[in-house]
Design a protein around this ligand. Structure first.
Ligand code: GLC
Length: 417
């Protein structure tokens, strides 16, 4: 059995073309549309063996960008599709997802240099990041707010229980209803913090802001490649400002915690994103990174499960190894491939090569054991949720040494504040 070959095959199986728009569905049976950050991961994987398709996937994603710059988190390409994942606005959802777009475009350009493609997509990318910076920073403190848990990509993570006002025991179905209502309240007008009145949910999320810092770094490189000096300056300025604001407002007791925008309270739940995402975005000093990697991420009593990274620390009361409900997935403990990939990249960035190898090997073992499932029990390795789920294909990227070297070249970690 060759899971790498299976991964490539799955990427072909999940390809779709609607009205000339090419994209990849995360799972044919379960997720038959185009999702924002999934498409970015697809492009990162495709960069390794089919960059032209990766470029088209990005083009399809950008083709439904809103006038105000927002890129929606789902495009319901299939006519008549039920919008069971949040309410839509003319064929799309009305919220966004972690902005991995510039990173994906940069990755495509690395493996298949194409300045024409950069020039083509740059205006759309720039307007998306400008939207986030201008419309999602309600207090002008250089921290970007999400207005629905789904915008974090971790739809039912327990770190959002307090801002949602729910108990950890809430059922998957009730939780989903609540999130849909939130999206519905935004209505067809879309999804700026100003338009979300009264505010019922806004969170300065570590995952989203870390992704933004790293993507503004990528956007700056793209602007540089096409000699767009003003764009280069803008991306650098805001990447620095957000990085600094994260340290000033989100950093307590040696950890970055997401912040509830309603009451300014840190959301002190031990979820993977609090620890992995600053590693991915280079927000730790080397010493801090070492302490997080040893003390939390590679610690079997915290995040490091026998079969995979727990998305919630074992120390948390809300940790559930097997919380995949019959009707849904869960970010309350099970392992997912995207956190593995972010961790792999973060470990490489800080030079933890042996640990990075371990995460890659765990990922391969999980897929060999359970197949390309949506998520996995970190204690038993049993797979849950969707079948034929594309996130497992990220092992192709983890396997590719070229990218590892690149991660090293990008080493640009925090040295001081
Ligand atoms: C689930 C995940 C989300 C992903 C979507 C499609 O909702 O939580 O992050 O984008 O599935 O794969």
């Amino acid at each position: 059995m060759d899971v790498f070959e299976d991964a490539r095959r799955l990427m072909f199986q999940n390809r779709r073309v609607t009205d000339g728009n090419e994209y990849t569905v995360p799972s044919g049976e379960h997720y038959p549309y185009q999702w924002l950050w999934d498409s970015c991961f697809h492009a990162i994987v495709l960069a390794g063996f089919d960059p032209e398709y990766g470029k088209n996937e990005i083009r399809s994603l950008l083709s439904r960008q809103f006038k105000n710059g927002m890129v929606p988190h789902i495009i319901y390409w299939v006519p008549g599709a039920l919008h069971q994942f949040n309410w839509g606005v003319e064929g799309t959802s009305s919220i966004t997802q972690p902005p991995m777009l510039a990173y994906a475009v940069e990755q495509l350009h690395r493996t298949s240099p194409d300045t024409g493609f950069l020039e083509e997509v740059y205006p759309a990318l720039a307007s998306y990041y400008k939207f986030l910076i201008e419309k999602r920073d309600p207090l002008g403190r250089n921290l970007i707010a999400i207005i629905n848990p789904d915008e974090s990509g971790e739809d039912n993570s327990p770190r959002f229980d307090a801002p949602l006002g729910v108990m950890p025991s809430i059922s998957y179905g009730d939780h989903l209803e609540l999130r849909k209502k939130l999206a519905e309240r935004n209505g067809p007008r879309v999804a700026t913090v100003e338009s979300t009145a009264p505010h019922t949910f806004w969170v300065f999320d570590v995952l989203f802001n870390a992704v933004l810092v790293e993507n503004l770094r990528a956007l700056r490189n793209i602007a540089h490649s096409i000699k767009h000096e003003e764009g280069e300056r803008y991306a650098k300025t805001h990447s620095d400002l957000i990085r600094k604001a994260m340290r000033e407002s989100l950093w307590h007791n040696n950890t970055y915690w997401s912040l509830n925008g309603e009451n300014d309270k840190p959301l002190m739940t031990y979820t993977w994103a609090q620890f992995v995402m600053p590693l991915f975005a280079g927000l730790y000093s080397q010493e801090e990174a070492e302490s997080v990697v040893k003390g939390e991420l590679m610690n079997p009593e915290s995040f490091y499960g026998e079969w995979g990274l727990r998305t919630v620390s074992k120390k948390e009361l809300s940790y559930q190894s097997d919380s995949y409900a019959s009707d849904g997935f869960s970010w309350r403990g099970p392992s997912w491939m995207v956190p593995h990939w972010f961790m792999y990249r973060g470990l490489m960035r800080y030079g933890f090569h042996a640990e990075a190898d371990k995460i890659r090997d765990k990922s391969v073992r999980l897929l060999e054991n359970a197949g390309f499932r949506e998520c996995f029990n970190p204690e038993s390795g049993i797979g849950h949720g969707a079948h034929g789920f594309t996130w497992g294909a990220l092992i192709l990227d983890m396997q590719n040494n070229q990218f590892s070297d690149q991660a090293n070249n990008d080493k640009n970690v925090l040295t001081s504040f």
